[in-house]
Design a protein around this ligand. Structure first.
Ligand code: MGD
Ligand code: MGD
Ligand code: SF4
Ligand code: MO
Length: 734
């Protein structure tokens, strides 16, 4: 068969690069960056090349399997037909909800859902059909504070300004390492190229990070800050801006004076005492930001997944707003995607605290509870306890605090289903695993990342290969489960329940339109839904047209959109948000002491995470192309801390936190600042009970999240704390 060239979107990370792939029959011949792609301009990273490993991986599940025997080393797995599997799962979900109430079925949605069109169009519909308050997702081990702040300041959880990197003169990155991660909450393919252009036009990059990261190494200035102390620095910058008369907010911004009072206690000197960043440098940064013709501050993982995540994300927005950089070219801007999920009401504006978690009372956000509460919601008995779990494209045992304890809890569930193409750390607890097609077998349109992209484009990604007839897409799995659940519930309706016939008829009438809407949504394909949206929104585009435009349509650079785009009631931005100011006041009342960690009973060092370019959260360690080379899951420790503990480079050490301990080799390096140790997450494939998953032999590593603590969360949202965890480190004997 002749070779063919196709243009697709890489769905492995937020950069969403356009790829040029040559295929020959069922085989991939080459994968390159697509030079003519208006967004990614030819960029590619090693993970995309590994898409072919994923495609051919013999360990990737292609048909459903069912567990025989309890989870653990003795468990065996047998194949089960799709039809039988769908019936089994739907029956168990309906039966458990009928017996224990709707909240007895928990749902966890992992990160790859946002990278799968079908998961968004149909998976979300499945979750709405299950209708449980015990819904969780990877959002609460990630960007939850961003959404809350977007909702409070701009009126919608997805109004998330992105740095206009192609025109900025000063980029300040806080807790963000795009040289390895390729950017986050900012779809910025080819970060290295865009940074070179920034430098070439005389601009500069400033990085605040406890580690001299790959990004810090190419920055003009790197300020090490002690983990968890950024809030002091950011609030001090706001203080300098307001008290120094440097603030120039737009006319539609209110609450500046009140914010000025709230941050008065946060002086540059206090920032220095807490973070280690010199007071003079804090003041200088504030002035740089105020004076720059176009500056953008972006704070990500390092400042979201820490104790003051919400304060940090609010402060980042305040700084951009106060320096007049929000909504100006080269500052931070809102995008104009072809399909506007906000305007089209695909996602609601968001809500906080409509209900609270049963055990700890943490607030829901937009229908999801913080995942740090998942284990206790399973293990604490009583009405409302979780008895079954639907885990869709997620690996919470590897990815959420005290994941090992979560695993033990999952083993005690009445029922669990995983929609996942790997038998992994989490899915091994499932009774049934339903594997969807892989990324090369499905069509894609990015509803989420076009919204966060540094340039407005619209790209359709065709399926590279036809799916085998025995395979199912994510959306088909969600559709089948959803429809069967609805059917079973309807069948149970006439007899069941305490309600009188009249009440039941009332409920049925109220539910009927919703049910109809859900059924319609289930029945249209993802492609049809995108077509309907493109037409309905008057974009003048269609899927056919996009499909015949390799690389997609270029809709140009970001454009000023405020105040029209605001979704706040009065079309104004109110900086003085009571919820945040309360948290700021609490922080102000804390004692000032540096270094602060020795006071913590659980450890004198602070543990942070890191991402490597060739890792992808917890799930690409099966790809031969990604696991070659030196082991990269070592603990990084500063020479000062190593020396005082008698630790040498390469030694095995034991790291202990309040919740657990791991044994790992270490690298002694001053890339991490004193008092900080650093370990990547997403490892730990050799399980304690002897089961070895995937390439465990080559790259087992230990799981960071056996150390992270579910009890410590961001004070406002309940977002997980994955950075700045107090630990002790000692040299292991032997
Ligand atoms: N300590 C620490 N923990 C962290 C982080 C950290 O920085 N430090 N980062 C956090 C962040 S940002 C995130 S987003 C989370 C991620 O947390 P999760 O989403 O829970 O975990 P992943 O590792 O992304 O695992 C995704 C799972 O989905 C499966 N999968 C992949 N593609 C598909 C698909 O198309 N369909 C389906 N159905 N399944 C698929 C994979 O096999 C894998 O089992 O981890 C968080 N955890
Ligand atoms: N190669 C690769 N790319 C990925 C992923 C991957 O696993 N591998 N995952 C994807 C996902 S799901 C996400 S969410 C994004 C995340 O993308 P990023 O936000 O870039 O995440 P990290 O690379 O974890 O960078 C977080 C940085 O915060 C620093 N940090 C830790 N604690 C603190 C602190 O208290 N203060 C400050 N200022 N900094 C701190 C860490 O040292 C680290 O450099 O990456 C995506 N891209
Ligand atoms: S940067 Fe991300 S989207 Fe681009 S090729 Fe690499 S993994 Fe794929
Ligand atoms: Mo993430």
């Amino acid at each position: 068969m002749a070779e063919q060239t196709r243009y697709i979107t890489c769905v492995l990370c937020e950069a969403s690069c356009g790829l040029e792939v040559t295929i020959d029959g069922p085989s991939v011949r080459s994968i390159r960056g697509h030079e003519a792609d208006p967004l990614s301009r030819g960029h590619i990273c090693p993970k995309a090349i590994a898409l072919q490993d994923l495609h051919t991986d013999p360990d990737r599940l292609r048909t459903p399997i069912r567990r025989v025997g309890p989870p653990g080393p003795e468990a065996t797995w047998e194949p089960i037909g799709w039809d039988e599997a769908f019936d089994l799962v739907a029956e168990r979900i309906v039966a458990i909800q009928a017996e224990h109430g709707p909240d007895a079925v928990g749902v966890y949605l992992g990160n790859p859902n946002v990278h799968s069109l079908g998961a968004i169009t149909h998976g979300v519909n499945l979750v709405r059909t299950i209708k449980s308050r015990n819904t969780f997702s990877a959002t609460s081990v990630d960007q939850l504070p961003h959404h809350l702040i977007a909702m409070l300041l701009y009126g919608h959880q997805f109004l998330l300004p992105v740095p206009d990197i192609d025109r900025t003169q000063l980029l300040v990155l806080i807790g963000n390492n795009p040289m390895a991660s390729n950017g986050s909450m900012m779809t910025v393919p080819d970060f290295p190229g865009r940074l070179r252009e920034l430098t070439a036009r005389g601009g500069s990059l400033v990085v605040l990070d406890p580690r001299r990261t790959e990004t810090a190494k190419v920055a003009d200035t790197h300020h090490p800050v002690l983990p968890g102390t950024d809030a002091y620095v950011l609030l001090a910058i706001i203080n300098v801006l307001i008290s120094g008369g440097l603030a120039r907010p737009a006319a539609y911004v209110g609450g500046v004076a009140e914010v000025g009072r709230a941050v008065a206690a946060f002086t540059p000197e206090r920032a220095e005492a807490m973070s280690g960043m010199p007071a003079a440098a804090v003041i200088e940064l504030a002035h740089l930001l105020a004076d720059s013709p176009a500056a953008a501050v972006h704070g990500r993982m390092g400042v979201s997944t820490q104790e003051f995540g919400t304060i940090c994300q609010w402060a980042v927005q305040c700084i951009n707003i106060l320096t007049g950089n929000l909504d100006r070219p080269g500052g931070t801007m809102l995008t104009t995607p072809a399909i506007d999920v906000i305007g089209a009401r695909i996602v609601g504006p968001g809500h906080l605290g409509a209900w609270h978690s049963r055990v700890r009372g943490l607030p829901e956000f937009s229908g999801e509870l913080p995942v740090s509460t998942l284990t206790e919601e399973i293990t604490t008995p009583g009405p409302g306890a979780i008895k079954a779990l639907v885990c869709m494209a997620g690996n919470p045992v590897a990815s959420t605090p005290a994941g090992d304890e979560l695993g033990a809890a999952l083993a005690g569930l009445d029922f669990m289903v995983a929609i996942d193409f790997y038998l992994g750390e989490t899915s091994r607890y499932a009774d049934v695993i339903l594997p969807p097609t892989g990324p090369l077998e499905r069509e894609h349109y990015d509803l989420v990342f076009h919204l966060l992209a540094v340039r407005n484009t619209a790209r359709w990604s065709p399926a590279l290969f036809d799916k085998p007839s025995t395979a199912r897409h994510d959306w088909e799995i969600a559709r089948e489960l959803g429809l069967r659940i609805m059917r079973l519930r309807a069948a149970a309706e006439p007899e069941g329940g305490e309600a009188s016939p009249i009440e039941r008829a009332g409920t049925a009438l109220r539910e009927a339109p919703k049910n109809l809407e859900r059924q319609t949504k289930f029945r249209t394909t993802p492609r049809q839904q995108i077509d309907l949206l493109l037409a309905g929104l008057g974009t003048g585009l269609s899927v056919d047209q996009l499909a015949s435009t390799p690389g997609g349509v270029d809709l140009g650079p970001l454009e000023p959109r405020l105040p029209q785009r605001l979704r706040t009631e009065d079309k104004r931005i109110h900086l003085a948000q009571p919820l945040v100011l309360e948290a700021v006041a609490k922080l102000a009342a804390r004692p000032t002491a540096y270094p602060q960690a020795p006071a913590d009973p659980h450890g004198d060092l602070l543990l942070i995470g890191r991402r490597a370019q060739r890792d992808n959260n917890s799930w690409l360690h099966n790809a031969p192309r990604l696991i070659s080379g030196k082991p990269r899951h070592r603990l990084l420790i500063n020479p000062v801390d190593a020396h005082s503990r008698g630790i040498s480079d390469g030694d095995a050490v034991t790291v202990t936190s309040r919740v657990g301990g791991v044994r790992v080799e270490c690298t002694v390096t001053d890339d991490v600042m004193p008092q900080v140790v650093c370990l990547p997450h997403g490892y730990g494939h050799a399980l304690a009970d002897g089961i070895r998953l995937r390439h465990a032999k080559t790259l087992a590593g230990v799981s960071f999240n056996d150390l992270s603590d579910p009890e410590t969360t961001d004070g406002v949202t309940g977002n997980a704390v994955l950075n700045g965890i107090p630990v002790t480190v000692v040299r292991s004997a032997g």
